[in-house]
Ligand binder design. Structure first.
Ligand code: CA
Length: 431
């Protein structure tokens, strides 16, 4: 590939608490890290509102993106010289790994839901649109940016390249599990990545694992399983997420009703209208979002003010188990009682189901986009992991849906007004 970029004269090294060091030897990678759009990832947390549950979880998409890059770099190093590996794809793999999350916005999950956004569309726009990243990529070759976008969208023709950053055992997941475990401080999430990297092999159009590495992979699957329930689905994090969504929804509704904000939330206007331009999108990060939450704490609107105060001071909603399928009669009754108690159920009574969250553990075959894990057997044949491993078989395909009902317990316990109704509500919720 003729390219404007070569090797750096001297290797650059980032100190990283998870991988110890992140090595950058290519000019292209170094230039990309320095772009405005990539640096923006420093202002977007990897785990959204999880820091309100695990206070250490302040790490950002910037840390994670460098980590994914480093893992792919190490995998490829091990592929060098193997027959199914095309060395010409090296720079493409590294670039796609580095940029795979570049389209994420602040608190992605809630923002995407309320404002009808999709970070994957934004990733494509940032890579192909008028950005510093695109400028850097275009200097590699005319088609390079398009290829990078295709790899991230999983449409690139060489599926081996795609599988490095999106498969059941990809660099993305291997980084975030370890990184999220490290920063939350939980004891799950650790597995022997060095071992897995040593047994990964390019095989036709996918990455497979030598059978001798099966136990290391089992450990990885188990750590995923535990992280989902202990960290990613944590009910307190979901409470913060519920409040965040309601803040955005309230601000949007007020705007639509022509409400006069004391200070105009100009950064949000195009989001309220669901038509943000690329520049609007890139300007909104978590710092700006939290700034507005502080401003909105002074607003006239009681609901917006209260919700922002709750988020900033961590006065979160309480929760109870609630199965909407079994408790069908309670739901309309509770809504009416909330109205009677002068608490708007649209904002203060929320059912949240864990199956709505963008995570899953190992389910072979069910997820079309992500290839299952294949073991390379000593006879040269491939076997799907759950057929070989009892441990993985035991947890694969199990879907645990978990429904919770969120509400402000402090308001219900304050009986200065509507005491009778509130007592009744508590009775239903606690039964
Ligand atoms: Ca990622």
């Amino acid at each position: 590939m003729s390219s404007a970029y070569g090797k750096l004269e001297e290797e650059k090294v980032f100190k990283d608490p998870v991988h110890r060091y992140i090595h950058v030897r290519d000019e292209l990678i170094w230039e990309l890290i320095g772009t405005r759009e990539f640096q923006r990832l420093r202002r977007i947390r990897q785990l959204g509102t999880t820091y309100l549950t695990f206070h250490g979880a302040e790490h950002t998409r910037f840390n994670h993106s460098l980590g994914v890059y480093e893992i792919v770099r190490r995998i490829i190093e091990g592929f060098e010289g193997r027959p199914d590996w095309d060395e010409n794809e090296r720079l493409l793999c590294l670039t796609a790994a580095l940029l795979h999350d570049v389209g994420h916005g602040p608190f992605s999950h809630s923002f995407e839901k309320v404002f009808n956004l999709d970070h994957e569309d934004w990733t494509r726009e940032i890579i192909l649109g008028k950005t510093e990243i695109n400028k850097v990529l275009r200097r590699v070759s005319d088609s390079f940016a398009e290829k990078v976008a295709d790899v991230i969208e999983k449409t690139y023709s060489n599926k081996l390249v795609v599988s490095l950053i999106s498969s059941q055992i990809d660099a993305d997941r291997m980084d975030y599990l370890q990184r999220d475990a490290y920063y939350t401080g939980v004891s799950y999430g650790h597995f022997d990545m060095e071992r897995i990297l040593r047994v990964m092999r390019p095989y036709d159009d996918q990455v497979v694992i030598k059978e001798s590495g099966m136990h290391a992979v089992e450990d990885y699957i188990m750590s995923r399983y535990q992280m989902y329930w202990q960290v990613y689905f944590h009910p307190v994090t979901r409470s913060a997420e519920v409040i965040l969504s309601k803040i955005l929804k309230r601000a949007k509704n007020l705007y639509k009703q022509g409400y006069r904000f004391k200070q105009e939330p100009t950064h949000f206007y195009s989001f309220f209208n669901e038509k943000p331009s690329l520049d609007d999108y890139l300007r909104l990060d978590e710092s700006i979002t939290l700034y507005y939450f502080q401003i909105w704490e002074e607003e006239e609107d009681r609901i917006l003010r209260d919700l922002c105060g709750r988020f900033l001071t961590r006065k979160l909603f309480k929760y109870v188990e609630f199965n909407p399928n079994l408790q069908m009669n309670d739901w309309p009754m509770l809504q009416q009682l909330f109205i009677d108690a002068d608490i708007d159920p649209d904002y203060y009574l929320v059912i949240d189901s864990s199956s709505d969250l963008p995570y899953d553990f190992y389910r072979p075959g069910e997820e079309e986009e992500r290839l299952p894990i294949h073991l390379l057997m000593p006879n040269g044949k491939l076997r799907e992991l759950s057929r070989e491993s009892d441990v993985v078989e035991a947890i694969s395909g199990k879907k645990r849906t978990d429904h919770k009902l969120y509400f402000p317990e402090d308001v219900l316990d304050d009986h200065t007004e509507h005491g009778e109704v509130k007592r009744k509500i508590k009775e239903i919720l606690m039964k």
